[in-house]
Design a protein around this ligand. Structure first.
Ligand SMILES: [Fe+2]
Length: 337
């Protein structure tokens, strides 16, 4: 007997979506807690068609859903937890909320740095956090190909750069990667140099891109798929993408990924869904949000393939997770807000 999804009164109300089961007496075979705010229905419906297993999901943000899993413990209705940040996957595993998967399928499909060495989670979609610019105001030769992120602190960029707010996991994981690469002291210097350049802080990546398009900033740092969305709506959108640090450490990438919930009562079906999302369902999972497949056998969709090939930094989920608190401190101490 499956447990129904019941909203806990003590937790904030989350938006719910389902493939036709939530709220009815029937319950789905696999229940997913998802921090992805992108189209999931299509992929889950295709999975159901192929396997006969039904899926329903509950949306929330990473932190909310993790707290919810911890509060529910063994009584959780959830089978799969999907997050949008590598540090958060590490964190969920560290806190004992994810059960190890023994999966040759995932070992084959997902590069080693994009999955947990102990099998507690696997990356499913890759997003690049790179530099974007106004081609009318910036010649790409102005951008430093060795350490493009740090170089935005050069005085030539004073008053010209937009970045994302300090509360975003995207910002925190980027800064954690700088600490991981360069040490805390150098990371602190870099963030201080951005602040000294009067970087304009934006509350989301769409606002950031629109500000660049409108001439309010010359350059910024954004996840690639937001730009892809804008270009899909308007091919003449006035922002271009620059693959950061191609002569240095490579582009900072993050992953959206999943693990089997420790308290799941359907761990085999849960693992089957995750394996499917990394293989047969890869395109359906990543393309709707213009993300890069983690599976090297799967081609990215056309629009982002048009951004060209790039070298990426290895993802170090343990570093992004364990350095998160330090990254928050660095941002705070630098007065980044
Ligand atoms: Fe996002």
């Amino acid at each position: 007997m499956r447990r129904p999804l019941v909203l806990l009164a003590a937790l904030p109300l989350l938006a719910t979506s389902a493939c036709g089961f939530l709220g009815s007496d029937e319950e789905a075979d696999i229940q997913v807690y998802s921090a992805r705010h992108y189209d999931l229905e299509q992929a889950f419906e295709a999975f159901t068609e192929e396997t006969g297993l039904t899926v329903e999901f509950l949306n929330g943000d990473d932190d909310e859903l993790l707290e919810r899993l911890k509060a529910e413990g063994e009584g959780t209705p959830a089978d799969v937890f999907i997050t949008v940040d590598a540090g958060m996957l590490w964190n969920a595993a560290e806190q004992g909320q994810l059960a190890p998967m023994d999966s040759p399928v995932l070992e084959e499909a997902v590069p080693a740095d994009l999955r947990d060495p102990e099998g507690r989670w696997a990356g499913l979609a890759m997003r690049a956090r790179t530099v974007v610019y106004d081609p009318e105001a910036v010649d790409p030769s102005e951008l430093d190909p060795t350490d493009t992120y740090a170089a935005l602190g050069d005085p030539r960029w004073r008053g010209r750069v937009c970045m994302r707010d300090e509360t975003a996991s995207y910002t925190q994981s980027l800064v954690a990667s700088l600490i991981d690469l360069h040490g805390r002291e150098r990371a602190q210097e870099i963030v201080e140099s951005w602040v000294a350049n009067d970087v304009q802080i934006m509350s989301n990546d769409v606002e950031l891109l629109e500000t660049i398009d409108a001439g309010g900033c010359d350059a910024g740092i954004s996840n690639h798929y937001y730009l892809a969305r804008m270009l899909e709506e308007d091919p003449d959108f006035g922002v271009a993408l620059y693959w950061a640090s191609q002569e240095g450490e490579g582009v900072h990438v993050n992953i959206s990924g999943a693990g089997v919930v420790e308290g799941s009562d359907a761990p085999e079906d849960a693992q089957r869904l995750i394996e499917w999302l990394a293989t047969d369902g890869q395109s359906q999972f990543v393309d709707g949000n213009h993300e890069f497949p983690v599976n090297p056998e799967v081609e990215p969709e056309e629009l982002i393939a048009g951004f060209g090939d790039f070298e990426r930094m290895p993802v170090d989920a343990a570093a992004y997770g364990s350095l998160n608190a330090e990254a928050v401190e660095v941002l705070d101490e630098a007065g980044y807000r």
